[in-house]
Design a protein around this ligand. Structure first.
Ligand code: FES
Ligand SMILES: [Fe+2]
Length: 360
């Protein structure tokens, strides 16, 4: 013994961060309602009047391309007595409430309200749908319920440039395929799992041998924002899922619930998580291509990813959620490797720091 005691290892978060309704409620208010959330891809609202409706916790929202060509985002709630206005996706010349037929234009302004002429002082011109902040980022449409939030580019500095370098043409790519699943876990367990590859060699042998060169994998905070950059060389071995020698893999996780990922050779894909409850999270798996088509090679890659990596993660996060509910659970030490690398869990520690800052 040299008399110098080693610092105690960093441990994970106590179970309540993944199981407690009050913590979940604080995450809703302090994280999800104040940060940028992926809504849809610009290619899904290409024309004036195209819309996509979606839900964030209990808040119904929609984005719609306006007559001026700009994408608007709105609360999906009528200014009369609150009925929901739009379901699913489609195109509308005007937004007509299904309850009493108030009619709004594509900019959310009230244009007609039946029999309102009978109401003295009814100021139609002062009534409009409530807007939500919206930004398009390389074709990805994000919304933010916080009117005072920083612009997206300031939240995640450098990501735009890094993605353009990794995937030239990213901003003109189109949605090609999407599927989703309900993960039986808290959203933070899902994004912790995404942001460490310590489990890759054990739990994703095909990914670790078919997409990336495991020895080169690293994940680290990027750009000074709440972003984690994943990087690796492409797998150059005989088990590669498609020809990819000499190309780079990279991903940018944007706190709290989006990851824009590029498989070697500029194959753009993404994850989007939406909490459904304290222990249930929807995960959307999105794939893009230059023309929105899925060729045979992409089809094979999507299927391999869905049936191996994605399916494997569904089981992992479900089992962790069950584990943190156990009376036998206590958070253990994280594997923090100062040299980084595939087995380093320091990105998980970064997520925990951001979580604590938001909910404690
Ligand atoms: S609630 Fe929409 S028109 Fe009445
Ligand atoms: Fe995984």
């Amino acid at each position: 013994m040299n008399g110098i005691s080693a610092p105690a290892p960093v441990t994970g978060l106590p179970a309540r961060y993944f199981t407690d309704m009050q913590v979940f409620a604080r995450a809703r208010e302090n994280i999800f309602f104040r940060t940028w959330q992926y809504a849809c891809h610009a290619g899904e609202v290409a024309n004036a009047g195209d819309f996509v409706a979606f839900t964030l916790f209990d808040q119904d929202l929609f984005v719609m391309r306006g007559d001026d060509g700009a994408i608007g985002a709105f609360y999906n709630v009528c200014r009369h007595r609150g009925h929901k206005l739009l379901e699913g996706s489609g195109n509308r010349r005007a937004i007509i409430c299904p309850y009493h037929a108030w009619r709004y234009d594509r900019a959310g302004k009230l244009r007609a309200a039946p029999h309102s002429d009978a109401v003295a002082g009814f100021a139609r011109e002062n009534i409009a749908l409530h807007r939500v902040r919206v930004e398009e980022f390389l074709g990805f449409v994000f919304v933010n319920l916080d009117a005072d939030a920083k612009p997206l580019g300031e939240c995640y500095p450098g990501v735009r440039e890094a993605l353009l370098e990794l995937c030239p043409g990213i901003d003109s790519m189109l949605p090609a395929h999407e599927f989703s699943a309900n993960e039986e876990c808290n959203w933070l367990i899902a994004v912790e799992n995404y942001n460490e590859c310590y489990h890759c060699k054990t739990a994703h042998p095909d990914f670790a041998d078919g997409v990336i060169d495991a020895a080169s994998y690293s994940i680290a905070p990027f750009g000074g924002g709440r972003c984690l950059r994943h990087r690796a060389r492409a797998n150059a071995g005989g088990n590669a899922w498609y020809p990819m020698s000499g190309k780079k893999y990279g991903s940018f996780y944007l706190w709290p619930a989006t990851a824009i990922q590029v498989y070697p050779g500029g194959v753009l894909n993404a994850y989007c998580w939406r909490p459904l409850g304290v222990d249930e999270t929807e995960v959307r798996r999105l794939w893009f291509s230059p023309d929105g088509a899925v060729d045979a090679e992409l089809q094979k890659l999507i299927a391999l990813d869905r049936d191996r990596t994605f399916a494997e993660d569904l089981q992992l996060v479900k089992n962790v959620q069950r584990g943190v509910r156990s009376r036998g659970f206590a958070p253990g030490p994280l594997i923090i490797n100062p040299d980084g690398g595939i087995d380093d869990e320091s990105p998980v520690a970064a997520l925990h720091e951001w979580m604590r800052a938001a909910v404690d």
